[in-house]
Design a protein around this ligand. Structure first.
Ligand code: DSN
Length: 415
């Protein structure tokens, strides 16, 4: 990946692109929403389809010359249906957030009410945070996790749903380490006569591989992003029953988007094909085992984990008990200096600010793609612990960085 052709035209950008490949090669990507796609997915995303306008849907486009765009989109849809068992799939959302917005447009009127998880408890901006367009245009109430257990408080959720009778309940989360009980949320939605949107952005790969129960066929709408655990390149997806197909398709185009990013749709098609192979199931199982190994080792080091552990690809560490003088931001910065890249994250009952919260979120999808297994994950937990224990000790950070460099060399990317 030398970007020689880019270099001929634009050495500055070529340097940045090569630098990014090197950065990914030389760092441990532990941001739970990130992954490393295959070279095949990248090639598809960098293809000539970037030139093509294809507003509309296969065989119903507003432009001529869409025969290959149609082929690629049909393949992406067909494969997504096979992966998830969905009746209807739209692969055009530019991102998970765009997918959510389209669902709101398909099902709600401005001013309608949404019940969703609070951002600091693991929700997402596009679920109705007040600083987001969704929070501004809809009447949003938040549910929370149980402060004692860190699990979704399903009983309180249902109580709130029955009390406020929202038009939509949103489930599916960005920083929630436990399995989601879709049926219980669906029951609350039915009791309140509300739509149910399940946003599986983080766990698209786990759901596809059967490592997490699927909300498809339970919730009215299922959205996701395609670049996280599913490793199908940047973008979004919407799944629903036939009864909502037309509303969802119209909400994407002309409702909220113009021309689809057909090169990204091609990446999704290739990534979905990869996810249909048996090796992907082993990958997804390893992602979860690796997160469990990580969680166990953190517990051995005395860390407080939100919900006590994980069933998924991520672990959320609350530093307040174990390291009261170290913020999530301090930890993120020191770890980045040691080439371990993760993000500071709010935790339930947050007492600091969202800019420098009390936790760190750690994910295993990208390291698992590199070939890390439980033994390596335990060592990574040890390395993180050494840095978090010594955020101001440059020598320690340097030593950890040296070991990270060895691990990265041992598990190369994009050879
Ligand atoms: N930014 C993503 C995450 O890190 O969870 C969600 O879109």
């Amino acid at each position: 990946m030398d970007y020689d052709t880019v270099r001929e035209t634009d050495p500055a950008v070529a340097d940045a692109l090569s630098g990014e490949v090197e950065r990914q090669q030389e760092t441990l990507a532990m941001i739970a929403s990130e992954n490393h796609v295959s070279e095949a997915v990248m090639e598809a995303q960098g293809s000539a389809l970037t030139n093509k306008y294809a507003e509309g849907y296969p065989d119903q486009r507003y432009y001529a010359g869409c025969e290959y765009a149609d082929e690629v989109e049909e393949l992406a849809i067909e494969r997504a249906k096979e992966l998830y068992g969905a009746e209807h799939v739209n692969v055009q959302p530019h991102s998970g957030s765009s997918a959510n917005i389209a669902v709101y447009v398909a099902a709600l009127e401005p001013g309608d009410s949404i019940l969703s998880l609070d951002l600091t408890h693991g929700g997402h901006l596009s679920h109705g945070h007040h600083a987001n367009f969704v929070g501004e245009h809809f009447d949003v109430t938040h549910y929370e996790v149980d402060p004692e257990t860190g699990y979704i408080d399903y009983a309180a959720l249902r109580e709130t749903a029955e009390e406020i009778e929202p038009d939509m309940i949103v489930s599916g989360y960005s920083a929630y380490p436990r399995e989601v009980e879709w049926e219980r949320i669906q029951a609350a939605a039915e009791a309140a006569d509300a739509y149910h949107l399940a946003d599986i952005a983080h766990i698209t790969g786990l759901v596809a591989a059967g490592e997490h129960p699927s909300p498809v066929g339970i919730a009215d709408f299922v959205t996701g992003s395609t670049h996280k655990t599913i490793r199908a390149g940047r973008g979004g997806i919407i799944m629903c029953g036939e009864e909502f197909a037309s509303a969802v398709d119209k909400a994407i185009i002309p409702g909220t988007q113009g021309g689809p990013l057909m090169h990204n749709v091609a990446g999704k098609a290739v990534g979905f094909k990869e996810a249909l192979q048996p090796e992907f199931d082993s990958y997804a199982a390893q992602v979860v085992s690796n997160a469990e190994a990580l969680a166990e080792r953190f517990r051995e080091h005395g860390y407080e984990l939100v919900s006590g552990g994980t069933d998924t690809h991520l672990v959320l560490i609350d530093l307040r008990e174990s390291h009261p003088d170290t913020s999530g931001g301090d930890a993120e910065e020191a770890l980045a200096a040691a080439n371990i890249v993760l993000n500071a994250n709010t935790v339930p009952g947050e007492t600091r600010t969202p800019f420098d919260p009390s936790g760190i979120r750690v994910g295993t999808p990208a390291l698992t793609t590199r070939g890390f297994e439980e033994a390596e994950m335990r060592e990574v937990a040890d390395l993180i612990h050494r840095v978090v224990d010594n955020v101001d000790e440059e020598d320690v950070v340097y030593e950890v960085g040296e070991r990270v460099a060895e691990l990265c060399e041992q598990f190369p990317l994009y050879e």
